[in-house]
Design a protein. Structure first.
Ligand SMILES: *Cc1c(COP(=O)(O)O)cnc(C)c1O
Length: 402
């Protein structure tokens, strides 16, 4: 093993890191399942899992072993060669998603870039010169130029003009606004939405998942691609493998990333139906996409999610957390929303400081998004006992705060 010991971080000392993140002054050196540990051994219950990434918990032994064994065997050869683990990972992902073709990338934004390119190719083939894509207000699709242009958050876009002008924005959950846009813009070729908006505040559509069915109908009517961004909602997070599986529809294009590698950086863009075959040889690529190691991780993560019945667990334990929060906070002015292990507690006021209070007083890791929404993204295989522990601390935290 390594004999390098890192000096502890001194918060006042200048660092060479670009200051793109507002970091908390704490670091974790070890994790196990739903828990994180600091150097001195203090244990924290993790209801954030690296922002919906480590769905199976930290340092999962099966995944750790797959990574170690593959790293010691063969990490990367390039897509100039056949990669049996990539073929097997695609087979698994097709099985759980119902999609047909899969392209592996390294991140959420890169997956959405792939989707946007597919939409443009689709439009071009229809003879649309400047294809447009409908996106939602409060959406988040990533930080690259195309995906930040698609994102419905001014803070993400500020100072990065010129943005792409491909996108037409409608309120999330508003089908009428989509119909209106269709009348005004004959050059629309696709719609890109999140089934539940994550960064935007765990926003569910007012009509629930039937919004997706309504969008599917409109896409069929106008011959648009229905593209779902399941970077955050995918991989069991909402109590189905993919959130659209709460309905009977299938999108034409599907993107995912976060939970796909349980912390190993991987992503995927998937197609079925009329989106199949749009990207052919030479039209897209990614050096690191679907490496031997990354592909083995994807395969192992999906296999482990299946063997542990983690998706069913997310549905049952997530439902329990939501029900308990609604019951125990019934006398407070809060709204609890979400599905599975993707839960938001809308508070009546901004509450960013709850992150530090939860961490320091309750040894609990949570996130606050959209100013006033406590966001919970616990491991999808969290046990009932851990959920009870989480609830006890959360209810006390919010009761004390309001
Ligand atoms: C996190 C996220 C992205 C961006 O993923 P990166 O891996 O950070 O590029 C895109 N869409 C949604 C819905 C996300 O939650």
């Amino acid at each position: 093993m390594t004999d390098i010991t890192l000096a502890p971080i001194q918060p006042d000392q200048p660092s060479h890191l670009m200051a793109t993140y507002g970091r908390q002054a704490i670091s974790f050196v070890r994790g196990r399942g739903a828990y994180l540990y600091t150097e001195d051994g203090t244990e924290y219950l993790d209801a954030l899992t690296g922002i919906a990434v480590c769905g199976l918990g930290h340092a999962h032994p099966v995944i750790a072993e797959a990574i170690a064994e593959q790293a010691a065997t063969l990490v990367h050869t390039s897509n100039l060669f056949e990669i049996p683990w990539q073929t097997a990972a695609a087979q698994k992902l097709a099985e759980v998603s119902g999609m047909e073709e899969i392209f592996f990338s390294n991140s959420g934004a890169e997956s959405n870039e792939g989707a946007i390119k597919i939409a443009r190719k689709f439009g071009t083939q229809q003879g649309v010169r400047l294809p447009k894509i409908i996106v939602a207000e409060q959406s988040f699709h990533g930080r690259t130029l195309a995906t930040l242009s698609a994102t419905g958050n001014k803070k993400v876009q500020d100072g990065f003009a010129p943005l792409l002008n491909d996108f037409i924005r409608v309120p999330f959950g508003d089908v009428h606004a989509i119909q209106e846009a269709a009348l005004q813009h004959p050059d629309i070729v696709a719609i890109l939405i999140e089934p539940i908006q994550g960064e935007g505040g765990i926003n569910t559509a007012p009509q629930g998942f039937s919004y997706l069915e309504e969008v599917r109908n409109i896409c069929n009517q106008h011959n648009w691609l229905m593209m779902l961004d399941e970077i955050q909602t995918g991989n069991g997070r909402t109590g189905k493998y993919f959130a659209y599986q709460h309905t009977n529809i299938v999108p034409d294009v599907l993107t995912t990333a976060k939970g796909l590698g349980n912390g190993f950086p991987v992503g995927a863009v998937m197609t079925q139906g009329k989106a199949v075959g749009l990207l052919g040889p030479g039209s897209h690529g990614s050096t690191y996409g679907g490496t031997v190691l990354g592909s083995r991780v994807v395969y192992t993560v999906i296999d482990t999610i299946q063997k542990e019945n983690a998706v069913e667990n997310a549905a049952v334990v997530g439902r329990y957390i939501v029900d308990q929060l609604r019951a125990q906070l019934a006398d407070k002015n809060v709204q609890v929303r979400g599905f599975g292990m993707m839960i938001g507690i809308q508070l009546p006021k901004d509450c960013a400081e709850l992150v530090a209070i939860a961490r320091d007083q309750h040894k609990l890791i949570i996130n606050v998004t959209a100013g006033s929404v406590v966001r919970l993204l616990p491991p999808i295989n969290m046990t009932q006992a851990q959920a009870d522990d989480l609830l006890e601390h959360l209810v006390a935290l919010i009761n004390n705060y309001l």
